[in-house]
Design a protein around this ligand. Structure first.
Ligand code: NAP
Length: 294
């Protein structure tokens, strides 16, 4: 039995899909308020709980062989300490107590760079260390940005021609196909070469941010109009928000880190991924064409 947390998220629901396509038993950890109909239809067992509640984590991990931790907090909800840190520590402790055979943790590319401004990056690195010292079999995946998160931006280019990007357009990125990442997460459990390993996970191309609207423009045969405010605009808004909502200002640190820095995989990291998991990673253009039917 696989336990998947974050099962209604962009990545988690794809992980459940891959597992069910392989006829594996899945327990999907979802909130009562989550939209989990698709998971039910795919034949996953639904476990309703809240990852901020220790007793829910204890119950959910009973009788489980494998755990794939794919939940996460976001800027709006905050909660990095409770969700990205505490819930994962609790999951790891329960995994040990229940004799779980393998634990896959979805971390983030760059969490080892010491970005003090980001509660999420800090939490991810702490959890990585805790997992590495837990004695469990594990795989840690450090993805760059998900291609699925770019679909709304691509759609906006399709519909209006407008593309908004904050910060330096020369910064490099390598968006990963969220479907490839789901497959890698699932394969990690059974591949010996992935046991006790950390992988940077990105798409096969290193792209500048400026290339993204050009790719979308090519796909939809439309010249994109790029709006590109500097990072100082974001900082100004964040500063003002700090007067009314200091917690939100703090959690926006993660978005600031993402906007201000480069997140891409080197050719060597891509080569390691493709040879370990034995498949070719999908390009951003192919992913967008597949989802938006272009
Ligand atoms: N997105 C990216 O570009 C990116 C890049 C690198 C790493 N990552 C990491 O990859 C993982 C998956 O990201 P994602 O984009 O797929 O996340 P997402 O779409 O934001 O989904 C987050 C998931 O966590 C669940 N969740 C939130 N609070 C919860 C709680 N209190 N109890 C139970 N479940 C809760 C959400 O459930 P609801 O449906 O109920 O809200 C949802 O299923 C995260 O760990 C993230 O840090 C993401």
């Amino acid at each position: 039995m696989y336990l998947v947390t974050g099962a209604t998220g962009g990545l988690g629901r794809r992980i459940v899909r891959v597992l069910r396509e392989r006829d594996q038993k899945v327990r999907a950890f979802v909130r009562l308020t989550s939209r989990y109909g698709e998971l039910e239809n795919r034949g996953a067992d639904i476990f309703i709980g809240d990852l901020t509640e220790e007793r829910d984590i204890h119950k959910a991990t009973q009788g489980v062989d494998y755990i794939i931790s794919a939940h996460g907090s976001n800027e709006a909800s905050g909660g990095a300490q409770a969700l990205d840190y505490r819930a994962n520590i609790e999951l790891i402790d329960c995994a040990k107590a229940c004799g779980v055979k393998h634990f896959v943790f979805i971390s983030v590319l760059g969490c080892d760079r010491g970005y003090e401004d980001s509660p999420v990056f800090k939490a991810k690195r702490e959890v990585e260390k805790y997992l590495q010292n837990s004695g469990l079999n594990y795989t840690i995946l450090r993805p760059s940005g998900f291609a699925s998160n770019l679909l709304p931006l691509a759609e906006r280019v399709k519909e209006t021609g407008i593309y908004l990007s904050v910060g330096d357009m020369k910064n490099r990125t390598s968006p990963v196909s969220t479907d490839d990442l789901a497959k890698i997460a699932v394969d990690s459990v059974t591949l010996e070469a992935a046991t006790r390993q950390i992988f940077a996970v990105g798409g096969p191309e290193v792209l500048s941010r400026g290339e993204l609207p050009r790719i979308f423009g090519r796909i939809f045969n439309r010249e994109p109009f790029v709006i590109n405010p500097p990072l100082t605009v974001f900082d100004g808004v964040r500063g003002i928000l700090g007067f009314v909502n200091p917690d939100l200002q703090k959690s926006l640190g993660t978005l600031r880190v993402l906007l201000a820095n480069e997140f891409f995989c080197t050719p060597e990291e891509i080569e390691r991924l493709e040879s370990t998991f034995d498949f070719k990673l999908e390009t951003l253009e192919s992913f967008v064409r597949r989802y938006l039917g272009a």
